[in-house]
Ligand binder design. Structure first.
Ligand code: FES
Ligand code: MG
Length: 583
C-alpha cells in the first residue's frame, strides 16, 4: 500500500542484501559487482567488512546548521553501535536545512530534502538507514523520504541545545528571543541590552530548547515508533545523547536483519498516537502539516475535523515554553517522552509496534516512573483540552488552526475590525507607521504568505504588534493569515487559512474595516460580509501570476499542495489515499 521501490517489497529471502543491492545489470552482473567492490575497496575496506550488514548513516552536518553541530560525534557513536552489533556503517550526506539560513523559507526546501533522502536511500546499497535530523524541517523531510523508500530505518535527532542565562534570568531559543525582542520594540530594554541577550539565547549546538517544531518532531518521531524510546529529550551535548546514538546504531543492524520496514511501524495507530502526543506536549502547529505530509506518503489522510475532536479530549500536559515555563533539558530530567506517554496511556494505542520490536505499551511500562515537576498528571493538566483547535467558516472553507494554549484566552471569542496587509512587503512597510489606523481590538490580517503565495509558507503568521500599540503595552492581538508561525512563538494567531489568498481563497477578499469574528468554542472563523458583496469582490479579484521560468521554483509552484495536504508535492504522494485518521 505504500508507494515504494519494488526491491523492498520482495519477501525477505529474495531481498538482496549488502553491496549486491540495486546492481544495474548490463548483461554481466558479476562484472558490475566486481567494479563496485573494486572502487569501495579504494577506501581500504576488507571483504569481511563489505560482507556485513550495511547501515547507511545520513550526515546532515553543515557549517550553516548549528542545530546539527554535534553530527560528527553522533556519527561516531552510531558507527560504534553498528560495529558492536557486527554491521558495517557507511555515512553519506544529504542536504541540510537550518531555519535561519534557508531562503526564501525552510519549508520551501523541505520537499527537496525529502526527495534527496528518498533517492539516496534507494540509490546506494544499504540494509537499513539511520537518519540524523534535528532542525525543524529536517526530521519531517527525512521521515517523508524514508517512508516512501520503505527501507528499515531509525530517526536519530540531534537533541536540544542547552539553556543559558541573561543577567540572572534563564534563557533559551527561541521563545525568549521573541520575548526580549518584544520588550525592545516596546522600549523596555535598550540597544546594548538587546545585543547582550543575543549572545546568550543559544547556549550550545543543538535544536531550540523549547517545545518548538524541532522538539515537537523529536517527540513525534518517538511517538510514531521510528525513534528509540527516550530518544527525543537528551540535549545535544550530553552523554545520554551519545548513548542514544550508539543504541540507535545497534538497533539499525538488528532491524536490517529482521526486515523491519517503515510500513510495519507507520500505521494508522502510530499516527493517531503521534497526533495525541502533538496535542499533549503543546506541540508546534507546524507538526500538523508535517504529520499530514508523512502520513500522506503512507496513503493515510489526516482528517483535521476529526483531529479537532481528538483535541477536545486531549489535555496539554507538558509545561514547556511557549505554552508553559520549562525547557527541553527539564523534560529530559523528568524522564522525557515516556513520562508523557505514561500519563496519556488511556488515550493511546498501546499495541502500536516500535523500532525496538516491542510495543509502545511495553516500552512505557519499561521506563521508570518518579515524581517530577514538568509533566502534569492527566487529571491535573496544564491546559484542560484542545491545545490546538481547528476552525472553519466562510473565511477558511478548508480550515485554519489556532494554538489556543499559547494564546490570550480573552481573544478566543472575539469580533473586530480588519486591518489588512496585502502581502509581507506591504506589512513591513506599514506596520510601524505611526499613522496606521489600528487599535488593540482590531484584527490584523496578512494575505499571500501561504504555500504558493510567498512562496514556501513563511513563519510570518506571527505578525508583530504595531509599534505604537507595543509602546502602549499591547502584547497580544488577534492575527490571521494563510502562513505558519514558529513553534517557539505564542499569541492569538490564526494560521494556515485554507485555501490561501494567492489562489483566490476568501482571505484574498478581506478589506480594511470588514468585521471578522473568531469563536474558538464554536470552532468558527467568519468574515461578516454578505455573500452578494463577496461575490462582487470575487469578480474583481485578479490573480498575480505564480510561475517561474525554470528550476526548483517552477517545480515547487506547480506541484505544491495546500496545508491540509501537508504542503507535499502532488507527485510525491501516492496516487490513492485509502485510509483516514483519526477515526
Ligand atoms: Fe534549528 Fe530551532 S533553529 S531547531
Ligand atoms: Mg522553528
Amino acid at each position: 500500500h505504500s508507494p515504494s521501490d519494488e526491491r523492498h517489497h520482495k519477501p525477505d529471502e529474495e531481498r538482496q542484501t549488502g553491496l549486491n543491492q540495486g546492481l544495474v545489470n548490463y548483461g554481466d552482473a558479476g562484472f558490475s559487482l566486481f567494479l563496485r567492490k573494486a572502487f569501495i575497496k579504494g577506501a581500504g575496506y576488507s571483504d569481511d567488512a563489505l560482507n556485513r550488514t550495511i547501515v547507511g548513516i545520513v550526515n546532515t552536518g553543515s557549517g550553516y546548521n548549528p542545530c546539527h553541530g554535534n553530527a560528527p560525534q553522533l556519527i561516531e557513536a552510531v558507527k560504534r553501535g553498528v560495529m558492536l552489533e557486527g554491521g558495517l556503517p557507511i555515512e553519506f550526506p544529504t542536504i541540510s536545512i537550518a531555519e535561519s539560513f534557508s531562503t526564501p523559507t525552510s519549508m520551501y526546501l523541505r520537499n527537496l530534502m525529502s526527495m534527496d533522502t528518498e533517492e539516496m536511500i534507494r540509490a546506494q546499497p544499504m540494509d537499513s538507514v539511520v537518519l540524523i535530523g534535528g532542525c525543524d524541517k529536517t526530521v519531517p523531510a527525512q521521515l517523508m523520504g524514508a517512508a516512501s523508500a520503505n527501507l528499515p530505518m531509525l530517526e536519530l535527532v540531534t537533541g536540544a541545545m542547552l539553556t543559558s542565562g541573561h543577567r540572572g534570568v534563564r534563557v533559551g531559543a527561541c521563545t525568549d528571543c521573541r520575548r526580549y525582542w518584544g520588550m525592545y520594540r516596546g522600549q523596555e530594554i535598550d540597544d546594548q541590552e538587546i545585543e547582550e541577550v543575543n549572545a546568550k539565547l543559544v547556549g550550545s549546538v543543538g535544536t531550540c530548547s523549547v517545545m518548538g517544531t524541532a522538539s515537537t518532531m523529536a517527540c513525534i518521531s518517538e511517538a510514531l515508533g521510528v525513534a528509540l524510546p527516550g530518544s527525543a529529550s537528551p540535549p545535544a551535548v550530553t552523554a545520554d545523547r551519545m548513548r542514544v546514538a550508539e543504541a540507535t546504531g545497534r538497533q539499525a543492524v538488528i532491524n536490517a536483519r529482521a526486515g523491519v520496514t517503515p510500513d510495519k511501524i507507520l500505521t494508522e495507530k502510530a499516527f493517531e498516537n503521534a497526533l495525541r502526543v502533538l496535542l499533549a506536549i503543546g506541540g508546534s502547529t507546524n507538526g500538523i502539516i508535517h504529520l499530514t505530509a508523512i502520513a500522506g506518503r503512507m496513503g493515510i489522510d489526516i482528517d483535521l475535523a476529526a483531529f479537532d475532536r481528538m483535541s477536545r479530549e486531549t489535555p496539554v500536559l507538558v509545561d514547556l515554553k511557549p505554552s508553559g515555563q520549562h525547557y527541553m533539558e527539564d523534560l529530559h530530567r523528568a524522564g522525557g517522552l515516556p513520562t508523557v506517554l505514561r500519563e496519556l496511556k488511556p488515550l493511546l494505542h498501546l499495541d502500536a509496534m516500535t523500532v525496538t520490536g516491542r510495543t509502545l505499551g511495553e516500552e512505557i511500562d519499561a521506563a521508570p516512573a518518579f515524581e517530577q515537576q514538568v509533566v502534569h498528571r492527566f487529571d491535573a493538566p496544564l491546559y484542560p483540552a484542545g491545545g490546538i483547535a481547528f476552525v472553519r467558516g466562510n473565511l477558511a472553507p478548508d480550515g485554519a488552526i489556532i494554538k489556543q494554549s499559547a494564546a490570550d484566552a480573552r481573544l478566543m471569542e472575539h469580533e473586530g475590525r480588519a486591518v489588512v496587509f496585502e502581502d509581507a512587503e506591504d506589512m513591513a512597510a506599514r506596520i510601524d507607521d505611526p499613522a496606521l489606523d489600528v487599535t488593540a481590538e482590531d484584527v490584523l490580517v496578512l494575505k499571500r504568505i501561504g504555500p504558493v503565495g510567498a512562496p514556501g509558507m513563511p513563519e510570518a503568521g506571527y505578525l508583530p504588534i504595531p509599534r505604537k500599540l507595543a509602546r502602549q503595552g499591547v502584547r497580544d492581538m488577534l492575527r490571521i493569515s494563510d502562513g505558519r508561525m514558529s513553534g517557539t512563538a505564542a499569541g492569538s494567531i490564526v494560521l494556515h487559512v485554507t485555501p490561501e489568498a494567492a489562489l483566490g481563497g476568501p482571505l484574498a477578499l478581506v478589506e480594511n474595516g470588514d468585521r471578522i469574528r473568531l469563536s474558538v468554542s464554536e470552532r468558527r472563523l467568519e468574515l461578516l460580509v454578505d455573500e452578494a458583496e463577496l461575490a462582487r469582490r470575487r469578480e474583481g479579484w485578479r490573480p498575480v501570476a505564480l510561475t517561474a521560468e525554470r528550476g526548483y521554483r517552477k517545480l515547487f509552484l506547480e506541484q505544491i499542495t495546500q496545508a491540509d495536504q501537508g504542503c507535499d508535492f502532488t507527485f510525491l504522494r501516492p496516487p490513492t489515499i485509502q485510509r483516514r485518521v483519526p477515526k
